[in-house]
Ligand binder design. Structure first.
Ligand SMILES: [Zn+2]
Length: 317
């Protein structure tokens, strides 16, 4: 009997197999850990004078949105809004009507029934025109507020897209616009969510995570918004980063919109400083090494929170 060598791959198949393995290897080798160098380069770009402070309805703000979209694509996120990454909306503020704005939204579909939402606002004050006008002719670069949070958003997206693990939850990454003018991006999203908010495990918000101060430590707000957070925080390795928890689900950033809509939240914040909302909130002052450490804590918390089928929302007055 003649043995058919059908089980022996020919040379072409071997080569294809090797290319396939090499490509898989490359995908897994993509560094999925938060990187201080990448964080700094994201902050440097978003907080450069070129983007003129990323004000709402300004060219610099549009450029920031385009940058986030480009990064989402490069990381491999899926467009979440009917084949595109932008969720467009208009809002009014005082005598300014029809301010055009957009959230940038990317998705990792793990075929799960529930989703983790991770967010950070990408707008800042521009020249401060719509604000108190303390420095009306100067660019407010907003490196800590909130280029640092967007850098964190991109690092977490890269981690969960590139870690080679099929997580038990889907992930939605949202860069909000209009935050500085009154949480408009998150208000709009929670009013017109792309999927039911009942399916959201929790929302993690990063706003100003670039000025780690070892005396104060980084705050994790929202600790009191789900019954399970204390359990989730157990055994987390801080890697030398000092952190503390704070119970409140409400506050002056985008997690507030989700919390009042019934979603448990977590809010990362390294605290106020002398450059807050001033033209001097610049990129060289961001501590990217500490920020990477903070994100490593966040990853452990996200991973622990995914061990629960559902978090139990806690109402606060
Ligand atoms: Zn902010």
């Amino acid at each position: 009997m003649k043995l058919e060598p059908f089980f022996l791959p020919n040379m072409k198949q071997i080569v294809l197999l090797m290319i396939g393995l090499a490509m898989t290897g490359a995908a897994f080798a993509q560094d999925a850990a938060p990187s201080p160098e990448r964080i700094q380069s994201t902050v440097n770009y978003l907080a450069s004078d070129k983007l003129k402070g990323r004000g709402t309805e300004t060219k610099g703000g549009e450029q920031a949105a385009a940058y986030v979209e480009k990064q989402f694509k490069a990381i491999g996120l899926q467009p979440a809004v009917g084949g595109q990454f932008f969720q467009q909306f208009v809002f009014a503020r005082g005598k300014h009507y029809n301010l055009h704005s957009k959230n940038v939204i990317g998705y990792i579909d793990n075929g799960a029934s529930r989703t983790v939402i991770i967010g950070a606002h990408y707008d800042h004050l521009g020249h401060g025109e719509l604000f108190n006008g303390r420095y009306p002719n100067e660019i407010h670069n907003g490196a800590d507020d909130n280029a640092s949070g967007v850098a964190g958003l991109l690092e977490l997206a890269r981690h969960y897209q590139g870690n080679g693990v099929k997580e038990p939850f889907n992930f939605m990454f949202i860069a909000f616009w209009g935050e500085e003018l009154g949480l408009h991006g998150s208000k709009y999203y929670t009013r017109y969510p792309l999927d039911s908010l009942n399916k959201v495990q929790f929302m993690l918000n990063m706003d100003m995570i670039g000025r780690y101060n070892p005396e104060r430590g980084v705050g994790f707000g929202g600790y009191g918004t789900a019954k399970e957070w204390p359990e989730i925080f157990k055994g987390v390795q801080d890697g030398g980063i000092k952190f503390f928890t704070d119970g409140s689900g409400k506050g002056g950033s985008d997690h507030h919109s989700f919390y009042v809509a019934g979603v448990p939240v977590l809010f990362l914040h390294t605290g106020g400083h002398d450059d807050y909302h001033k033209p001097t909130d610049d990129a060289p002052k961001v501590d990217a090494i500490a920020e990477a450490g903070i994100l490593k804590i966040a990853i452990q918390l996200i991973d622990n929170a995914m061990k629960f089928e559902r978090l139990t929302y806690v109402t606060q007055d």
